[in-house]
Ligand binder design. Structure first.
Ligand code: PEP
Length: 235
């Protein structure tokens, strides 16, 4: 089981460092659970410092495909590795919705990050309109088909209508989508979309749910710990 916390644009360096010291012992108490946090760029170093020798891993929320160059606002895999960052999210729906991320740029980001030695969590998922139009499978097929096959690649199924909305897919809906993603790719599949301590156990108990990508609830140490505990029970 993998539980990854996406802090989005929350927790500046000072707060991130303090929070990291609070959660650094989590993996010792959670057998069978890998714990990842994804701070904003400016808090990566502080989080790593706060975690010390902890087994909690730090991923970036994005990564560029070139090693360096005139790409304002971006950071490359070698730059992240130099800090001690060991992975990156790619293709989060907020990147796709607000920053023009496409399946092609997601592919480029994932491929070069993996090649450079990072782990990758690639996010896929349909919008409410796409689901209503009966296009869920078509969308997932399009988004998953560009992802490389690699032992360090993990897919996060995040229905866009469930992200930050409090609307969670039921465990059955999640299972149905996960088993479809599994039919397309052999990577582990995390569920994301309003995962909270109250619904985590039901989602993580599904046979094709290999963990969770947690946004809002990962910002609170007790909530995040409760979700990790649910994962340990399901592991
Ligand atoms: C996310 O940011 O990937 C996410 C799933 O957010 P939330 O848990 O807040 O819905």
């Amino acid at each position: 089981m993998l539980i990854a916390g996406n802090w989005k644009m929350f927790k500046g360096a000072h707060e991130a460092r303090q929070f990291a010291t609070t959660i650094r012992h989590l993996p010792e108490r959670m057998a069978g659970v890998d714990v990842v946090v994804c701070p904003p760029w400016t808090s990566l170093e502080a989080t790593i410092a706060g975690l010390g020798k902890s087994a909690v891993r730090v991923y970036a929320q994005n990564v560029h495909w070139e090693l360096e160059g005139p790409f304002t606002g971006e950071a490359s895999a070698p730059m992240l590795l130099e800090l001690g960052v060991t992975g990156a999210l790619v293709g989060h729906s907020e990147r796709r919705q607000y920053f023009g991320e496409t399946d092609e740029t997601v592919r480029l980001r994932a491929e070069s990050a993996l090649e450079a030695g990072l782990a990758v969590i690639a996010c896929v998922g349909e919008t409410a309109d796409e689901r209503q139009a009966g296009e869920m499978q078509q969308v997932l097929e399009r988004q998953v088909s560009v992802l490389p096959r690699h032992e360090r690649l993990v897919i996060a199924y995040e229905p866009v209508w469930a992200i930050g909305t409090g609307l969670t897919a039921t465990p059955d809906l999640a299972q149905e989508a996960h088993s479809f993603v599994r039919s397309l790719h052999d990577a582990p599949v995390l569920y994301g979309g309003s995962v909270k301590p109250e619904n985590a156990a039901g989602l993580l108990a599904q046979p094709d749910v290999d963990g969770a990508l947690v946004g809002g609830a990962s910002l609170d140490a007790l909530d995040f710990e409760a979700i990790c505990q649910a994962a340990a029970q399901a592991a």
